[in-house]
Design a protein around this ligand. Structure first.
Ligand SMILES: C[C@@]1(CC(=O)O)C2=NC(=C\c3[nH]c(c(CCC(=O)O)c3CC(=O)O)Cc3[nH]c(c(CC(=O)O)c3CCC(=O)O)/C=C3\N/C(=C\2)[C@@H](CCC(=O)O)[C@]3(C)CC(=O)O)/[C@H]1CCC(=O)O
Ligand SMILES: NC(=O)c1ccc[n+]([C@@H]2O[C@H](COP(=O)([O-])OP(=O)(O)OC[C@H]3O[C@@H](n4cnc5c(N)ncnc54)[C@H](O)[C@@H]3O)[C@@H](O)[C@H]2O)c1
Length: 224
C-alpha cells in the first residue's frame, strides 16, 4: 500500500487551494462537504467556484499565488495548470509544516484525494495509489449503485442505538453482540422497502423495550 488511508477532521479549519479550474473545484466540493473553511487563490475560477465566492461560502483571492499565501493553513492544494507554481506552493507548505497535495505531480505532495461515495455518515473512499484515477472514478460509480441511500438510514440507526446502549450500559461484550447482530441484519433492505414495523420488532428483540425508530429519533419516510 503506497498511501495511508485516514479520515481527517477539517471542520472549521482553513484550507488553501491554489488554482480554480475543474480539478480545484472537485477538491473544493469535497472540502466543503467536510466542513472546511476554504480559500481559493486564482486569477480565474470555474463557474461553480465563482458562485460559492459570490455567496460568501468560500473566500476567493482573484490573483496569482504569492509566497506567504499559505500562512495559517491546516492543509494546502496546489491545483494550477502550472507545474512551477504548484512546486512553489509545495515548497512553501513543506517549509511551514503544512500537508500539501500537488495535483500535477503527486510525488511532490504529501497526500492524494480518493474518489468518494457518501451516504450520510457512511464514507467509502477509493484509491489506486495514484496509478489509475479514471478507474477509481469508475469503481465509485459502481459502488454508488450498490450502496444506495438506505445505507444512510442504516448508519443513522446504528449510531443512535450505539449511543443509547453506551449511555445505558457503558462499553461491554453485551453491546458488542447486539451491534454486530444489527449490522448483520439486512437493515438496508428493510429501509428500502420501508418495513418500519419489522425494524421496530428487530430492535425490540435485540435491544429491548424503549428501542424504536421513533424513540431513537430516526425519521420514517412518507409512503411513496
Ligand atoms: C479520484 C479523483 C479524485 C479527485 O480528483 O477529486 C482523482 N482523479 C480523478 C479523476 C481523473 N484524474 C485524471 C483523469 C483523466 C484520466 C487519467 O489520466 O487517468 C481523471 C478521470 C476524470 O476526469 O474523469 C488525470 C490525472 N489525475 C492525476 C494526474 C497527475 C499525475 O498523475 O501526475 C492526472 C493526469 C493529468 C494530465 O496530465 O492530464 C492525479 C491524481 N488524481 C487523483 C484523484 C489522485 C490519485 C487518486 C488515485 O489513487 O487513484 C492524484 C494522484 C492526485 C490528486 O489529484 O489527488 C478523480 C475521480 C473522481 C471521481 O470520479 O469520483
Ligand atoms: N489531479 C487530478 O485529478 C487531475 C485531473 C486532470 C488534470 N490534472 C492536472 O491538474 C491541472 C489543473 O487542472 P484543471 O483542469 O483544473 O486546469 P485549468 O487549466 O482548467 O485551471 C487552471 C487554474 O489555475 C489557475 N492558475 C494559473 N496560474 C496560477 C497562478 N500563478 N496562481 C494561482 N492560480 C493560477 C488558473 O486561473 C485556473 O483557475 C492540469 O494542468 C492537469 O495537469 C489533474
Amino acid at each position: 500500500m503506497r498511501y495511508l488511508p485516514i479520515n481527517l477532521d477539517v471542520r472549521g479549519k482553513t484550507v488553501v487551494i491554489v488554482g480554480g479550474g475543474p480539478v480545484a473545484s472537485r477538491k473544493c466540493q469535497l472540502l466543503r462537504a467536510s466542513g472546511a473553511s476554504v480559500t481559493i487563490i486564482a486569477p480565474e475560477v470555474a463557474l461553480v467556484l465563482q458562485e460559492l465566492a459570490n455567496t460568501g461560502e468560500v473566500r476567493h483571492l482573484a490573483r496569482p499565488y504569492a509566497q506567504g499565501d499559505l500562512a495559517g493553513a491546516f492543509l494546502a492544494y496546489a491545483a494550477t495548470d502550472q507545474p512551477a507554481v504548484n512546486r512553489a506552493v509545495a515548497d512553501e507548505a513543506h517549509r511551514g509544516g503544512i500537508l500539501v497535495e500537488v495535483c500535477t505531480g503527486p510525488d511532490r505532495g504529501d497526500f492524494i484525494t480518493p474518489a468518494v461515495v457518501t451516504r450520510g455518515d457512511l464514507t467509502i473512499a477509493i484509491g489506486t495509489g495514484g496509478t489509475a484515477p479514471a478507474l477509481a472514478g469508475r469503481i465509485r460509480r459502481e459502488l454508488e449503485d450498490r450502496f444506495d441511500h438506505a445505507y444512510a438510514e442504516t448508519v443513522l440507526l446504528l449510531g443512535a442505538v450505539r449511543e443509547k446502549l453506551l449511555t445505558a450500559n457503558k462499553a461491554g461484550a453485551y453491546n458488542k453482540r447486539i451491534l454486530k447482530e444489527l449490522a448483520d441484519a439486512d437493515l438496508p433492505h428493510l429501509f428500502r422497502i420501508r418495513a418500519y414495523a419489522e425494524i421496530d420488532q428487530l430492535l425490540a428483540m435485540l435491544c429491548g423495550p424503549g428501542f424504536t425508530l421513533a424513540t431513537l429519533g430516526v425519521p420514517e419516510k412518507d409512503n411513496p
